[in-house]
Ligand binder design. Sequence first.
Ligand code: ASP
Length: 278
Amino acid sequence: MCDRLRDASLMRGPIMASPSAPVAPGPVIAIHAGAGRLPVGAEGDERRRGLLDALAQAAGVLEGGGSALDGAQAAVAHMEDRVDLFNAGRGSVLCADGTVEMAAALMRGTDQAAGAVAAVSRIRQPVLGARAVLEGSPHVLMIGGAAEAVARDAGVEVADPSYFITDRQRARLREAGSTFEGGTVGAVCRDARGELAAATSTGGMRGQAPGRIGDSPLIVAGTWADRAVAVSCTGDGEVFIRVGVARLIAALVGSGCRWRRRRPRPSPASTPSAATAG
Ligand code: ASP
């Protein structure tokens, strides 16, 4: 991570992949499941398993010669379907009125093709809706019922909004406290051809106003990929939007800012909730 970005303390956990990063050639996958630390105990173990399974999904795609876009999508789609482990797909955090509004985006670095959906409550795996927008529409970002219609027309599985709402998230909404919930998911991949892609999916911030859209589905703010770098962010979306963090990282990488591994955290409960690679 760039020193300048670390000093700015603006974000909690962007990840990125870059063809020029100091790792062996070949496919690279980095995934995250939100800012903050993994919980200790059974829940943390379960989340770690979910992350490893998502890595395996993406690895299967890339090792089979698949594209970076397909790899990033596979990792995120897998995490969206792991109920109650992540803040994406079923089990997402709830809005203040108890409804669910999800968002997802993906972007391909070679041609900067991008697709995103926001304020959707019927697409089982929102990243597949984002892919439908990328492939099947001239647009980048679609919201609500219109986004759901594009997904449905593309054969993406839809569900009743009640499907996404779990008892666990109902209970969490009733608890007082922070609206920030880790568990937004993201992946960045470099495929065997050296091409890059990024994908991000979220239920947003717990207790958010219905209609609020965070950074995750916004290309430039929460998700970005070009020929040099792919970025998926997680943290307080309003900050990421104001600063245009994902694109800012790309600009810094483009200007020669060097990638560096994060130092391990000190405590035993410190397994990072964001894997980094590049
Ligand atoms: N960035 C997401 C949002 O603001 C939340 C998160 O990353 O957990 O909607």
